[in-house]
Ligand binder design. Structure first.
Ligand SMILES: [Zn+2]
Length: 452
């Protein structure tokens, strides 16, 4: 038994199963003889926690991963970028390695810096240019001699120069799939997981151009065809990999979806207006929170992103805490009520204990999605309003969405009639372990579709 997991970061059912399905014959063929459907992501539906949830069977609270960036254990105000060092849970390749199977983990977030496994690893998009990117380290020399200098990501993918961005996208994707084909055939791992970041970069670079439902879409713009061509190229690369993996059980999955961003919720403007947050002066243009915040007079602040994280500035806990701890619980309820009252229709606000089996690391006191992800959060100040229907500079047209995709084909999924399923992101890793007959242990979330 050999299992191939091809991850397409951010690929939504609206494109893979619908609008671009006609240029993805290899995905269609897998669906026609297997099981497929939307794949429900986690809260938050963000790359670093989502792939880790998929491949560790733990939720974001259990992992202590709440986004790309997380707060330090000492409750300092700065956020630091997540890395593979922040993942202490075992992932699928660790469990399979323990059972004697060889694995390859290629470009799976977060995997910088690369770490030992029974097989080989190429680190993910978080790898800085020139950094060590493989395990064993000697693989880098071999692979770069065959496939060129490692392309971990598309540079400045929100810069707007779409010609250059598309060139980089195609080159990156071709290189990644070439490495995957090489590793699959030369190293013959029992399990190979690869994640292609290209679709995510395409969406954040060009969503307004490719989605007619975006409020900023211009009918007839040329980049829609380029986006379709990119998905066609992805499918051709998948087909070439399937050509050398005809004996494999194949899973195609994405970590979350994407949708048009209809507006930006300037959450710190609201906290400022309502007296939770204080500033040293009032900026007149969009300004980073940390340039103007007066910590000593701030009781709550929030971070922007596809969702909002609200933190409270508690005396004796934060460096310049202003809120007595005895008032924290009431304050959390008050801010939650404020966000629900002021947010667009479909706004949801949770305490982490309502979402997760455990709350590790420094979690936000509240997590909020605005308009069921139709709106995003911005943490900057100086907008002069809370609800921004014109996106501020640096904010792109794509928000992440709840549903990715999953397709499983071959082995126990083989069928002459396609079957539609509703699956959770946790099911993917659990199913891979199930395919190999490896006991996931009691805390591994998800459903094993190989046993249906
Ligand atoms: Zn992602």
């Amino acid at each position: 038994m050999r299992v191939l997991l091809v991850g397409l970061d951010c690929a939504p059912p609206t494109l893979v199963f619908d609008r671009f399905a006609d240029v993805m014959p290899n995905v269609a063929a897998l669906r026609a003889r297997g099981i497929s459907g939307p794949l429900r992501s986690v809260m938050p539906p963000i790359t670093v926690p989502a792939w880790t949830c998929m491949l560790s069977g733990r939720d974001p609270g259990e992992l202590g991963l709440y986004g790309f960036r997380n707060r330090p254990r000492d409750h300092g105000y700065a956020l630091s970028m997540a890395s593979a060092r922040d993942v202490s849970a075992k992932r699928v390749w660790d469990r399979l390695g323990e059972s004697g199977r060889s694995c390859a983990a290629l470009f799976v977030p977060p995997s910088h810096p690369p770490s030992p496994l029974r097989g080989s690893m190429a680190s993910c998009f978080l790898t800085p240019p020139g950094a060590a990117w493989t395990f064993p380290p000697s693989r880098a020399t071999d692979w770069e001699s065959r496939f060129g200098t490692y392309r971990s990501d598309v540079a400045s993918f929100r810069a707007g120069d779409l010609g250059r961005i598309f060139d980089e996208l195609h080159a990156m994707t071709a290189q990644h799939f070439a490495i995957a084909r090489h590793v699959w055939t030369e190293e013959r791992p029992s399990f190979l997981a690869m994640v292609e970041m290209g679709p995510d970069r395409l969406h954040h670079a060009a969503w307004d151009h490719l989605d007619p439902t975006s409020p900023r879409h211009v009918v007839g713009n040329p980049w829609l065809d380029h986006a379709r061509d990119y998905y066609a190229a992805l499918d051709r690369e998948l087909g070439a990999l399937l050509d050398v993996a005809s004996d494999a059980v194949v899973i195609v999955a994405s970590d979350h979806g994407a949708r048009a961003c209809e507006g930006a919720f300037a959450i710190n403007e609201l906290l400022l207006r309502e007296g939770w947050l204080a500033t040293t002066h009032t900026p007149s243009t969009p300004t980073p929170l940390r340039d103007v915040i007066d910590w000593k007079r701030t009781r709550a602040w929030a971070e922007g992103g596809y969702y909002a994280r609200v933190f409270f500035n508690v005396q004796g806990r934060e460096p310049e805490g202003a809120l007595p701890e005895a008032r924290l619980d009431r304050a959390i309820d008050d801010v939650r009520a404020l966000l629900l009252a002021e947010g667009p229709v479909g706004t949801n606000v949770w305490r982490p204990t309502e979402l997760y089996g455990e709350v590790r690391g420094v979690a936000p006191e509240l997590l909020a999605v605005f308009g069921d992800l139709a709106w995003r959060s911005v943490g900057t100040l100086g907008h002069g309003a809370v609800k921004l229907t014109e996106l501020p500079p640096g904010v792109d047209g794509a928000n992440h969405d709840w549903n990715g995709v999953v397709v499983m084909s071959g082995g126990p999924f083989a069928s002459t009639t396609p079957r539609a399923i509703d699956a959770s992101i946790f099911d993917v890793g659990r199913t891979v372990l199930g395919l190999f007959g490896v006991d996931p242990g009691p805390r591994w979330r998800g459903h094993d579709w190989s046993r249906v």
